[in-house]
Design a protein around this ligand. Structure first.
Ligand code: NDP
Length: 289
């Protein structure tokens, strides 16, 4: 069997196109969705991610403004800027690019963002809403995976989904979203024993561990839908996911590539969330929550 390869770039383009109508309606009322991106330090990968997000925003009619800080920035300076952006009615979404420099407490900084502008969905209020099944901003990568599964027509109800990784950014919200769609969900992590026993039961396998080519063909159930969230830089400079793609595509039923899979969907969902934040600010008169 050779798996069908999911084209994340094409799906992301159609997701971005789907917000054009809302962007046009907002423009008619004089509002242009605006995303403020905070970038602290000199991490080269972060710089590339920020550039991609800004470019995708521009294509969709979303203004993005960059707030750069040096590696040694004190936490107070970031908190002060976030306070100013929270109060700025022109700004609808605030994103703090991770990782932050070592002296900065990420929880403090992420927790300072107004939940109404938290388009990355990392604020405890939005994470709590996700747990409780209430509306709120959902972290972009798991939201992008869900959109991908929906658009590909992957049935979730009653099927076994196995999530590798339990980070607050990917693994945990991913598991909650799958649960919300009635999948039976197993979460695996670095202390899980006999990992292959779990992965081989997966109708849907989501790999988000950050280990290049860790998931081998032998770890898959034939015909499974394999979603590879991992982004790992190899010694030769190329990118690899957490799945051994070449071997896995001979066993899986559907599979995402890296690059060109989940990554573009993450960026597209950021645009969706920013446009939604702008629309909600108009509907709510722009006041802070
Ligand atoms: P974290 O490092 O925060 O979490 C990794 C998770 O994987 C942890 O829960 C860890 O377990 C688990 N893990 C590590 N090693 C193993 C192992 N050998 N077996 C089983 N579980 C293991 O990473 P993130 O969640 O932030 O990111 C995961 C990957 O996804 C990375 O490659 C990252 O670059 C990528 N990523 C991609 C995005 C995209 O847009 N495509 C967006 C965000 C991330 P434990 O908790 O026990 O330590």
């Amino acid at each position: 069997m050779t798996a069908r390869i999911i084209d994340g770039r094409a799906l992301a383009a159609s997701v971005r196109a789907s917000v054009k109508q809302t962007v046009a309606e907002l423009a008619a009322t004089g509002v242009r969705p605006c995303l403020a991106v905070i970038l602290a330090g000199n991490d080269p990968a972060s710089r590339i991610y920020v550039r991609n997000k800004s470019r995708a925003g521009t294509q969709a009619g979303v203004l993005s403004e960059l707030h750069e800080f040096p590696e040694q920035v004190p936490e107070a300076a970031l908190l002060e800027r976030i306070g100013a952006l929270n109060a700025d009615r022109r700004v609808h979404g605030i994103l703090v690019q991770l990782p932050l420099p070592a002296q900065i407490r990420a929880e403090r900084v992420l927790g300072a963002i107004s939940p109404a502008k938290d388009v990355d969905g990392f604020h405890p209020e939005n994470l709590g809403a996700l747990v409780a099944g209430r509306p709120g901003f959902v972290p972009c990568t798991p939201a992008g995976v869900m959109m991908m599964l929906e658009r590909e027509g992957v049935t979730l109800a009653g099927r076994h989904a196995v999530v590798l990784g339990r980070s607050n950014i990917v693994g945990k919200p991913m598991a909650l979203l799958l649960l919300r769609r009635d999948a039976t969900v197993t979460i695996c992590h670095s202390k899980t024993q006999q990992l292959s026993v779990h992965t081989r039961q997966a109708d849907i396998l989501i790999a988000a561990i950050g280990r290049a080519k860790f998931v081998t063909a032998q770890m898959l159930k034939p015909g499974a839908c394999v979603i590879d969230v991992g982004i790992n830089r190899l010694d030769d400079g190329s990118l690899s996911g957490d799945v051994d793609f070449a071997a896995a595509q001979e066993v899986a039923g559907t599979i995402t590539p890296v690059p060109g899979g989940v990554g573009p969907m993450t960026v597209a969902m950021l645009i969706v969330n920013t446009v939604r934040a702008a629309a909600q600010s108009v509907a709510g008169g722009g006041e802070e929550r």
